[in-house]
Ligand binder design. Sequence first.
Ligand code: SF4
Ligand code: SF4
Length: 480
Amino acid sequence: MTATSDILESPEAVLTTLRADGRRRWLYPTPSPGRYMDARRVVGWVLILLYIALPIIKIGGYPAVLLDVMQREFAFFGIVFYPTDTLLLMAFLIGIIAFVILGTALLGRVWCGWGCPQTVYLEFVFRPIERLLEGKEHTRKRRDEGPATWDRIWRKAVKWSLYTLVSAVLAHTFVAYFVGWGDLLQWMTGDPREHWGFFLLMAGTTGLILFDFGIFREQMCTITCPYARMQSVLLDPESLIVSYDPSRGEPRARRSKAKMAREADGLEAAKGDCIDCYACVRTCPTGIDIRDGLQMECIACTQCIDACDSIMDKIEKPRGLIRYTSENELAGGKTRILRPRTILYSLLLLIAVSAFTTVAVSRDDYDVNIGRVSGDPYTVLPDGAIANRLRFRVRNQTGGPSSFDVAVIAPEGASIRPIGALPITLEKGEMKRIEAFVVIDPSSVENGVAQATFELSFGTGGTERYDFPILGPSGPGQTR
Ligand code: SF4
Ligand code: SF4
């Protein structure tokens, strides 16, 4: 149970979770059963399963979502990005940003309240474990503030053990997004002495997750999350928000049902529908009073809607004193979906999606790069031929295994002497390079340059031609 008096104790308090002296104020939000809670529970569990499944499900041979920073390989639902896909990545990131700002302008903080892993795991996994082992909010508060009894110790010990177990599962899920389940399973089942780095990584990640969900909790949203910090610029008066309706609720007054009946009969001065019961405050996971207006700490979790609706049912007033609405609607205006900023964001999203689709569709199966190896630009061989040392770098972007071979087809009489064996096999997504001496006749060189054409043939069939300048002496009879 949130200590309402605590929240109001200090007018200079800046955050409901901090006391005036900077100490943490622990919140005990009461759950509020209702239609939104039921819907959020369903959405929450679907998302929990999805978050676990995304790095496991394979699409086109890759995990549905993979952010392999070490191998510099990123996969999203079958589309694989490599570090060389600058345009594709740029369009993708701009698209994500446009989607987020458009979504926020229209739906406010729906993501925070319904979809963010911080919210769904806390509300539907960690808090239920806590309630199961330590009881209801007022019981937990009384026990926490009381002496360290055996009853308190065993409950907390079991709770933290379960928290640790769940955090370890979440840590494995989290790390799987960065390394893929294949590697993860190998590390998990292999000899620990060979993967001590993995154990340190897992222990650290488990510890951070445990700290977040066991201790830090709502402060992740109110203090740390950058998305929360941007709400003031992303929301406008027509964005969807969870809000109290002061025109209906005020003047608020604590009173009995009988007194309200007398108000209805005109026997007493009528008050607003808010009976100042604090149910909306007690249920709020960030400890705010929604009746104070839109606040940065509100994650739009809808718990206060359910809490107030059940009070309205009890006092036989219409539901919706706290509801999904917009600032404009509360002021008697309308909420438009099409407004300058949503049109602009939609256009930006459309441009990003079009650019992404165009680049993705036109992307080659192989990323080929030919370059000169550092050192002398050319060498004149004893027989007068000119040799350049080049490197051929090829990435296989086909989604399956392949290989490549290199041949030189111009100028006439040119030959290639690879340093290593050709053809070279390539796993999917793999990049390999080979160096080779390209030898040409000096008569091909004009003004120090001869244009060479290379033909690369690939294991999946097909060939591609690439031109590259071969350097040589810039004057007749000139040698180095
Ligand atoms: S739950 Fe509803 S009636 Fe109770 S204090 Fe909040 S707004 Fe007022
Ligand atoms: S004010 Fe309401 S919607 Fe906002 S965080 Fe608190 S309970 Fe959730």
